[in-house]
Design a protein around this ligand. Sequence first.
Ligand SMILES: *Cc1c(COP(=O)(O)O)cnc(C)c1O
Length: 392
Amino acid sequence: MSTKLPQNPYSYVSHLECSLTGQHYSHDRMRGLSDAGAPLLVRYFLGKISEVISKDTFVQRSPDIWRWREFLPLPLEMEPVSLGETETPLIAFRELPRVFIKDEGRLPTGSFKARGMAVAVSMAKHFNANGLVVPTAGNAGSAAAAYGAAAGIPTHVYAPIDTPTITLQEIELHGAQCHHVDGLIDRCGQLAGKAASENGLHDLSTLAEPYRLEGKKTIGFELALQFNWSLPNVIYYPTGGGTGFIGMWKAFDELEAIGWIGSRRPRMVSVQTLGCNPIQQAFEAGHDDIMTAFAPVDTIVPGVRVPKPLGGRLILSVLRASGGHACAVSDDATIECRDQIARSEGINLCPEGAACHVAYLSDLETGAVNRDETVVIFNTANGLKWPMPELI
Ligand SMILES: *Cc1c(COP(=O)(O)O)cnc(C)c1O
């Protein structure tokens, strides 16, 4: 790796913290949820980081997630398990020059799940895990399979039977054991948890271990750098488990704590579809957690097919702290938008990205966002991973 690292025997991690009770845990071994059953957050000695690096450091480093190494949990002397997690571009719309697509489809395995898995699998290897398991709506499974292969660790994936075929094929191509489940990701999660405890596998479920969030958080750092240490006004994010949503906010908190950005934050908009919108329902009902699983789930957009995200409380608190809101759009509008953007802009959005664009256009109409604002729309995967229209 060309990145030059400061001399440090370990990492800048100080401890793990329960996101519900604030209780501290040591980071000396692999951990799942806190004793209260809530996600654990990684905390750092941020003051020490600011003594060894500055904002200018990053410009000199290779443009990938590992340039943020001091803010990541992997001990500095460890080689990461990496497949080239490149910085992703911001692409301006031809007609809307202040609206940018953050194109995460450039990442290994064609989705931003690579960010989280690169860090989580690196940590699993560091702790000598002898097997990995993950439930998935699709892309988490293919990313886990690829990084598991790169790390030489056997990987099991539990995926709904109606996951796009190409994703199931990709999981098997990488040599993972793919278990096809007649149910949704929550059922897959139960089976993965059972496999983890029965067979001693390391469970990589969303937010059930602390390190995928750390990898995902690099999108927040990247945005800050790409916008020259200011931030866009509004961010549209297709929300399933919410790792990226929560992770970006954590990155902004860390950057503010270290003094590299001010207190101005983007309004965070969580985008789902009408066939699975538990976050919107809880947000609009004024709840601070998602109480019941959304049912019946009926949407073709895989990334948002999460009826009861474990990080519901964290997602809702970011929505409110940012002054943002939650939207739900229709599948039909999503596919129509994908087709239209492909022709007008030359960009093949994944359905999750197209859903965000639909949400943006509808917010423009209601006035929830205005034309002068700088906006980032997340295209979370490569459009080629999803079926395209039949040939004419
Ligand atoms: C996983 C996934 C999402 C949802 O991401 P979270 O961070 O879990 O909310 C959105 N889009 C795509 C393409 C995904 O694979």
